[in-house]
Design a binder for this molecule. Structure first.
Ligand SMILES: Nc1nc2c(c(=O)[nH]1)N[C@H]1C(S)=C(S)[C@@H](COP(=O)(O)OP(=O)(O)OC[C@H]3O[C@@H](n4cnc5c(=O)[nH]c(N)nc54)[C@H](O)[C@@H]3O)O[C@H]1N2
Ligand SMILES: Nc1nc2c(c(=O)[nH]1)N[C@H]1C(S)=C(S)[C@@H](COP(=O)(O)OP(=O)(O)OC[C@H]3O[C@@H](n4cnc5c(=O)[nH]c(N)nc54)[C@H](O)[C@@H]3O)O[C@H]1N2
Ligand code: SF4
Ligand SMILES: [Mo]
Length: 684
């Protein structure tokens, strides 16, 4: 380290939407953050950060940071703004919101996601503000809604294996996860297991960096994981690789699931998944070996699997597997999709639902923002959306069906405020852009979805320019709106303490930067599922009561591969390694590594279209078209193209990105997006 006598080191937390939630050490010299490193004292971080966040100072001090409030000076969407004072921006915004709220506050919609996963700069002061206002409520579904529902209806909550115990497993299925890219600190444990002799199997349509480093790669068709899981079950049944004692004691309705699974011999699943039946048999044999040899079999499932029509059903089926072989009996067996349900977040304290004062505003699904911005007032919908307050999100780039989204944001009569670090694609459509602080400049506290530690983030440097934390912006708006409830005076350190109340020792958290939750090592070794029955629910009465599939099944894609002559290719759009969703696309060194939007294609599909590696190609369907550089690099399976995401539209070759092609169709449960359920055609 290049510490001079004046340098200090500040403990923080990575705010990004990544399961790893690393512990950060920022070196500050003369008030300037000169370096951001991984905390070696935090076991999961192990002193290692991904490339993206190692470049944090470059992002923070980027010359195009928005550092003053900006007011639109050109036509909507022109991206032309002029600087204004905070007072004038806040006064005008308040007047506009008051006028709308006087008619119906539900015409105002907050739009936010996980630009920061901080509990304080996320939904604390902002939620209080919108609750008091009585604004529409946003269903925050764009990432994990289907998979979350799948877990909840099977295991009872978003909980699972503890991350560190993957290091002791004998077999790890890495299912719908490009861990090297998007879950690096899990990958470190998987590598440790591999060094000890564990077998790694990757289940992913794309031959990712992760798949290439596993012992085996099963490149199935997108959206067919439910069929694969059922066929694994069929094999476990016919070969009697079952833990009958575990099934009898700790599961519900095995007979029903058994009957369904028996309808899935490997040949049937092979046809659906586009893989060899022998590969399914071998996979089931590897997995089933747990029963008689005591091998520890673990599944790292990730959200890549559930961005398709049948996403929740697939997760229910996959999450059922560990119970069949009794994998949960050991701490290094079982499954992890998300650990977020382990955290005792005091959500009601942070968000104050009582400020709604008995009102029950309508909900808007963030996935269908394209259609909803264009919807007129009606009895069913309620008032048209007249104002949109966006923070921690870049919907114009990340939401599906961009043509509709852009049309909605371009409405002249829509009043849009965007709290941002940069002039993103979304900020281009704002009436006001308000400069927000970054993680180096504000307080926050973090739960995670990939491990079980709480982290505290202290500000390392003073806010740059005139940037304010999100909390301060909503506090100031609340004051101007005349909201006098005492909770609007809470400071950010107050909110950090409130997030977990007495459930986490704040002094330890303050001193060390992290606290590990006291969760069981093997959560379901003796049942104890968090479902209504306390068992692993193969059949969910709760779903059946709603008229839904009580018993999970394979649900085909909305747009299955090969189902259309005009659009014969299936397209998935998983994350690029050097971006985090659309964040970092404007960081020059990272964009230089990714170069330009890429479409990966199988050599046979390319030959059929007379396309060559390196060509600029047009990818299109009825929703739209986008340009990308063709790569024939061995990563795409036949019939599937991979359009790596998520580029800023304005930094792509034709001012669009891959979401020009994706649809607003929803998942089977949870109202989630179906980004990886998309038919396209490709031409030169
Ligand atoms: N570098 C980087 N890290 C990230 C992100 C990022 O954008 N960049 N995104 C973050 C976010 S928002 C999240 S939610 C998390 C998790 O993020 P995810 O988006 O789940 O990330 P991946 O681990 O890349 O998982 C997607 C994988 O699923 C595969 N896949 C696509 N369709 C299917 C399918 O139908 N079946 C199966 N089995 N696999 C399929 C894709 O090819 C890809 O390899 O990671 C976070 N980490
Ligand atoms: N085609 C396709 N589309 C996808 C996906 C995909 O795999 N394929 N992945 C989907 C998934 S999993 C997700 S989670 C979503 C993610 O969608 P978003 O949550 O919208 O994520 P980002 O694109 O990273 O945008 C976050 C924005 O928040 C801003 N921000 C960060 N911190 C702060 C802060 O403290 N205050 C304020 N005011 N702003 C801040 C950042 O500058 C950034 O512009 O995208 C989805 N879209
Ligand atoms: S993005 Fe993920 S891997 Fe990178 S520093 Fe943040 S938490 Fe760690
Ligand atoms: Mo996500």
């Amino acid at each position: 380290m290049t510490n001079s006598p004046t340098a200090t080191q500040v403990l923080g937390a990575c705010p990004h939407d990544c399961p790893d939630t690393c512990s950060l050490i920022t070196t500050v010299q003369d008030g300037v953050a000169v370096k951001v490193q991984g905390n070696p004292a935090h076991p999961h971080t192990g002193g290692v950060l991904c490339t993206k966040v190692s470049r944090y100072p470059e992002r923070t001090y980027h010359p195009s940071r928005v550092l003053r409030p900006l007011k639109r000076s050109g036509a909507k969407g022109s991206g032309q703004f002029e600087p204004v004072s905070w007072d004038s921006a806040l006064d005008d915004i308040t007047a506009r919101l008051q006028a709308i709220a006087a008619r119906d506050p539900q015409a105002i919609l907050p739009y936010s996601y996980a630009g920061t996963m901080g509990l304080v700069q996320g939904e604390s002061m902002a939620a209080r503000f919108f609750n008091k206002l009585g604004a529409s409520q946003l269903d925050r579904t764009i990432c994990a809604a289907a998979g979350g529902e799948g877990l909840v209806h099977t295991l009872g909550a978003k909980v699972g294996m503890r991350l560190e115990f993957f290091a002791e497993a004998d077999l790890i299925l890495i299912w719908g996860s490009n861990s090297v890219t998007s879950n690096l600190h899990f990958w470190r444990y998987a590598q440790e297991a591999k060094r000890r002799g564990a077998r790694l199997i990757c289940i992913d349509p794309r031959r990712t960096e992760t798949a290439a480093k596993c012992h085996e790669h099963i490149a199935l068709q997108p959206g067919t994981d439910g069929g694969l899981a059922l066929s694994i079950m069929q094999q476990l049944i016919v070969h009697d690789w079952l833990d009958h004692d575990y099934l009898a004691r700790y599961t519900l309705d095995w007979k029903k699931l058994r009957e369904r699974a028996l309808q899935w011999p490997p040949e049937r699943a092979a046809a659906v998944c586009g893989i060899a039946a022998a590969q399914i048999e071998a996979l089931a044999r590897d997995y089933g070996a747990a029963v008689h040899s005591g091998r520890r079999v673990a599944i790292r499932l990730n959200y890549g699997v559930q961005r398709v029509h049948g996403g929740a059903n697939a997760v229910r089926l996959i999450a059922s597997l560990p119970a069949l072989v009794g994998a949960w009996r050991q701490r290094s067996g079982g499954l992890l999709l998300s650990s977020s349900g382990s955290f005792p977040v005091q959500k009601a304290v942070l968000q104050r639902p009582e400020l709604l004062a008995g009102r029950t505003p309508r909900h808007i699904n963030m996935v269908t923002i394209g259609d909803d911005l264009l919807r007129p007032a009606s009895a069913a919908f309620g008032p048209a959306i007249e104002a949109l307050i966006v923070y921690n999100s870049n919907p114009v780039a990340v939401a599906p069906d961009s043509a509709r989204v852009v049309q909605g944001f371009a409405r002249d009569d829509l009043f849009t405020v965007v709290l941002e670090h940069f002039q993103t694609d979304t900020a281009d459509y704002a009436d006001y852009i308000l400069p927000a602080t970054t993680q180096l400049e504000h307080w926050d506290v973090h739960s995670t979805y990939g491990h079980t530690d709480v982290l505290l983030n202290r500000p390392a440097i003073a806010p740059l320019g005139k940037a304010w934390p999100n909390t301060q912006i909503f506090r100031a708006l609340a004051q101007r709106m005349g909201f006098t409830d005492a909770c609007f005076a809470d400071t950010d350190p107050d909110l950090c303490r409130q997030a977990f109340g007495a459930k986490v020792d704040f002094d330890t958290l303050s001193a060390r930067g992290f606290v590990t939750l006291d969760t069981p090592e093997a959560p379901f070794a003796q049942g104890g599922f968090l479902t209504p029955s306390g068992k692993c629910e193969f059949f969910s009465q709760r779903l059946a009561d709603q008229g839904l599939n009580g018993l999970p099944d394979y649900v085909p894609n909305h747009e299955p591969a090969g189902s259309s002559a005009r659009y014969p290719l299936a397209m998935i759009s998983p994350p690029a390694r050097n971006f985090l969703n659309s964040t970092f696309v404007n960081v020059d060194s990272l964009r230089t590594s990714e170069r330009e939007p890429v479409l990966e294609m199988h050599p046979a599909d390319a030959a059929a279209r007379q396309l060559e590696d390196g060509a600029m190609v047009r990818v299109f369907n009825d929703r739209g078209s986008t340009l990308a550089r063709l790569r024939i690099n061995g990563r795409a399976r036949a019939g599937v193209v991979n359009g790596l995401g998520v580029w800023w539209r304005k930094l792509g070759p034709d001012g669009t990105n891959v979401n020009q092609l994706t649809s607003q169709a929803l998942t089977d449960l949870g109202g989630g997006p179906t980004f990886y359920d998309c038919r396209v055609q490709v031409t030169a």
